[in-house]
Ligand binder design. Structure first.
Ligand code: ZN
Length: 486
């Protein structure tokens, strides 16, 4: 029995040993095969390497430069067989991948490169107005605006955040790539600007003795306080009973203590209408021009004879001639713009409107305001009756009240009257027979007449040879008046 049991045990042990042996042998063979497979795989799998970094970050709108790759099999270069897929759009921010692959039969090697296109540029934030602003005390700053532009996002003005602080504003803007720009506008609360104080009307006003000085006032506008005309203080008085030069000072102070002042001269002058303070003088006066040709010839003669004259101009003729008259030292008087009796004497307003037109022309061309006038037809004209009864009686007073001096004549050449159609001797005879050493000789002529231009030198010679002297009219020349007939 024991013998049988022993045999069975021995048999079982032998079987177990055999099983173990087979299992180990199998595992060993399997491992060898696996190793063999790995060796074969590494031999037959192509090798692929990327040049440069696998992860690249580049700026938006720059150029992406492929850094290259290399592939080999059995030590042989097969780079040309590498397949590359994917592209990089540098115009658009984002993450891009490029796939590289190389095959050998069923074996394939792959590589990936990641490219990040980013926007690193900060937005540009521009403030309209100044970055350091002076604000009126007790006033708040009124936003002047701003603009934000980003190289990638374009106009992002609407994304600007404004943070208001006591003495400054902060402006913040962020683009889609989180680049931030901050700007500051700071305030100084102060007012150091004086009010703008301006005279209404002329800075010099002429008033005839015993006439009326009409105050035209001033206007005061302050940068902080607005219209403060009501705060203007006026100093100085005009006594029109006493001729002389008066000064009126206007002064205004704004709430912050800034002072502004302006002055006006008021000249009260003696009415020296009928007086002649320079007997034997000859005032050569020419009306109705300027006119090309005649006026030029007259100016040439005056220049050659070194005589100054007076031109009562209209709106006729070229500005260059008017300018020449002034620049060659002659007096420029106003004779109305249109010289149309029906228009000029239609009403007081019509007269002054017409006078202003020619006055503006003279001011524009010569930069000089003329206060010397001659009425069309003279102050004694009767033609104005047709258009307005009594207008000359009113006008002769009104012009003086407005500071004008008007001049008629006491020597008529009749170059525009009886001598028209006759030879130039008609003019010469009229003038030479009417001159006197006992008066201020105011000769009426017209520089639009050829006979006048042609005889002028003879008249000047007559005057020079007979003890007369020549002068132009100035604001100090006594008015030569005729009697008013309307
Ligand atoms: Zn005239």
């Amino acid at each position: 029995m024991k013998k049988i049991e022993k045999l069975k045990l021995k048999e079982t042990l032998e079987k177990g040993i055999k099983k173990e042996f087979y299992l180990k042998t199998f595992l060993c063979v399997f491992c060898i095969l696996l190793l063999l497979l790995c060796i074969l795989y590494s031999i037959f799998l192509p090798k692929l390497t990327l040049k440069g970094s696998k992860e690249i970050t580049i700026s938006y709108n720059t150029k992406y430069q492929e850094e290259g790759y290399q592939a080999s099999l059995y030590g042989k270069d097969i780079t040309k067989k590498v397949k590359v897929r994917g592209n990089v759009n540098t115009k658009k921010v984002g993450v891009y991948q490029i796939f590289y692959s190389i095959e050998n039969g069923i074996l394939e090697e792959k590589k990936i490169r990641t490219i990040r296109v980013v926007d690193k540029e900060k937005p540009i934030l521009e403030l309209k107005g100044k970055e350091q602003v002076k604000v009126c005390p007790n006033k708040t700053y009124k936003e002047e605006g701003y603009q934000a532009k980003d190289d990638y996002d374009g106009d992002i003005t609407s994304k600007v955040k404004v943070i208001e602080k006591k003495d400054h504003f902060l402006y913040l803007v962020e683009d889609s790539s989180h680049n931030k720009t901050v700007k500051k506008r700071s305030f100084t609360y102060e007012d150091k600007t004086a009010p703008n104080l301006k005279l209404k009307g002329n800075d010099t006003i002429y008033v005839v003795e015993n006439g009326i000085y009409k105050e035209e006032g001033v206007e005061a506008i302050d940068n902080c306080d607005g219209d403060i005309t009501h705060l203007v203080i006026k100093e100085g008085k005009v006594n029109t009973q006493i001729p002389g030069t008066y000064e009126i000072t206007y002064k205004v102070i704004d709430k912050n203590g800034n002072v502004a002042s302006v002055k006006r001269r008021v000249v009260v002058y003696k009415n020296i209408a009928s007086g002649c303070i320079d007997p034997g003088v000859i005032y050569l006066t020419f009306d109705d021009g300027p006119q090309i040709g005649t006026t030029e010839q007259i100016l040439n003669v005056l220049k050659e004879e070194n005589v100054k004259a007076t031109f009562f101009v209209t709106s006729k003729g070229p500005d260059t001639l008017l300018k020449r008259e002034y620049e060659e030292g002659h007096a420029i008087g106003l004779h109305t713009s249109s010289h149309n009796y029906a228009e000029v004497y239609a009403s007081i307003d019509a007269y002054f409107k017409d006078l202003k037109a020619v006055s503006d022309r003279v001011k524009r061309v010569t930069d000089h305001e003329s206060k010397i006038i001659r009425f069309p037809g003279g102050s004694s004209n009767t033609i104005s009756r047709r258009y307005q009864i009594g207008i000359m009686s009113q006008l002769t007073k009104e012009v003086v009240n407005k500071g004008y001096l008007y001049y008629d004549w006491n020597v008529d050449s009749e170059d525009a009257g009886r001598c028209v159609g006759k030879d130039a001797n008609c003019i010469y005879t009229n003038i030479t027979s009417r001159l006197s050493h006992n008066k201020c000789n105011m000769i009426l002529m017209h520089d639009i007449k050829w006979n006048t231009a042609n005889i002028l030198r003879d008249i000047i010679h007559y005057g020079k040879n007979n003890g007369y002297h020549f002068a132009k009219i100035t604001e100090g020349t006594p008015m030569i008046k005729q009697g008013v007939n309307n």
